[in-house]
Design a protein around this ligand. Structure first.
Ligand code: SF4
Length: 298
């Protein structure tokens, strides 16, 4: 969503008329921003590309471009399988995509993206990429190493969102709790939260995608100290069995997980904890199998 919002903003800066939604009428060019993470999202991406490839074959649209994670990861296969697409772009090729529209990439527009969510909330990306090696996850392959955004840039973006009427900010990254390690040599999520909580007019801050291993525990103190930081944490645990956690390369044990949750509940007694649990985990190279399974649906 945030990446699409950025694409739209950059294109609009070149005075192009751009919308962010699925539609078949009155468009001459379509950009499909794809996901390559979970199976359902991959399939939705492929179905959407095929839908517009069909429209292009019928002459209903002139150009079709594909970007995002699926495109980054499977570019070569997709090019062969869906020749109707004019060009595929990887996750770090936004300037090349914009060049197709004769629009120059403008870094300074990063904090001014067009908000496509309902007006009272917006996502705020604090970092990109991931340094973990979870056995089931291809995100590091598609998004590269973790890169934290400078704290002052994030705070400025939050202020800009509040000025535009946003009441709730949802903090996101591939891995929220790693924030700062690359840039400041220590985990800085707690400090960042303190700065964000002090932004005037910001009603709610909500934390998503908090990896549990080496969790910066001061976050819970900050959470209980500032009323505008929601007592809510989205922390994917994935499993509770030590052997499976080890095979998943999650770098945490069941005892450490329980200790972290106890600590969190002690500091923030009414904490709402959202999690995901992975079932059917197999240690194997699923990437190529998944790829061929998707393409064979054509
Ligand atoms: S921490 Fe999250 S994004 Fe990073 S490899 Fe693990 S599951 Fe993937």
């Amino acid at each position: 969503m945030v990446d699409s919002e950025n694409i739209v903003t950059q294109l609009r800066s070149g005075h192009l008329e751009v919308d962010h939604q699925l539609m078949d009428d009155d468009v001459n060019t379509v950009i499909v921003n794809t996901c390559g993470f979970i199976e359902a999202a991959k399939q939705e991406s492929i179905d959407t590309i095929l839908h517009y490839a069909d429209l292009k074959s019928k002459g209903s649209i002139e150009k079709l471009f594909v970007t995002g994670c699926l495109s980054h990861r499977y570019k070569d296969d997709l090019q062969k399988e869906i020749p109707e697409v004019d060009a595929f772009f990887g996750t770090m090729e936004l300037p090349a995509l914009l060049a197709r529209f004769e629009v120059n990439y403008q870094h300074e527009l990063l904090g001014e993206r067009s908000i496509m969510t309902p007006p009272h909330y917006a996502y705020l990306k604090i970092a990109e990429g991931c340094n973990r090696t979870c056995a089931f996850c291809a995100i590091p392959l598609m998004r590269g190493d973790h890169r934290s955004r400078p704290m002052e840039m994030i705070v400025e973006e939050a202020k800009s969102l509040v000025r535009r009427g946003v009441k709730e900010i949802l903090l996101i990254a591939q891995e929220l709790t790693y924030y700062g390690l690359d840039l400041y040599r220590s985990r800085k999520l707690g400090t960042l939260l303190e700065h964000l909580a002090s932004v005037e007019g910001l009603g709610w801050i909500r934390l998503h995608y908090a990896y549990p291993s080496k969790f910066p525990r001061e976050v819970f103190e900050v959470m209980s100290a500032y009323p505008n930081i929601c007592n809510y944490l989205d922390m994917p645990l994935q499993h509770a069995d030590d052997g499976v956690l080890h095979r998943m390369k999650r770098q945490i044990t069941q005892a450490e997980t329980l200790d972290l949750i106890s600590y969190a509940r002690e500091k923030v007694p009414n904490l709402a904890l959202r999690t995901t649990m992975l079932v059917g985990f197999l240690v194997r190279q699923i990437a190529s199998l998944t790829n061929s399974a998707i393409l064979s649906n054509r």
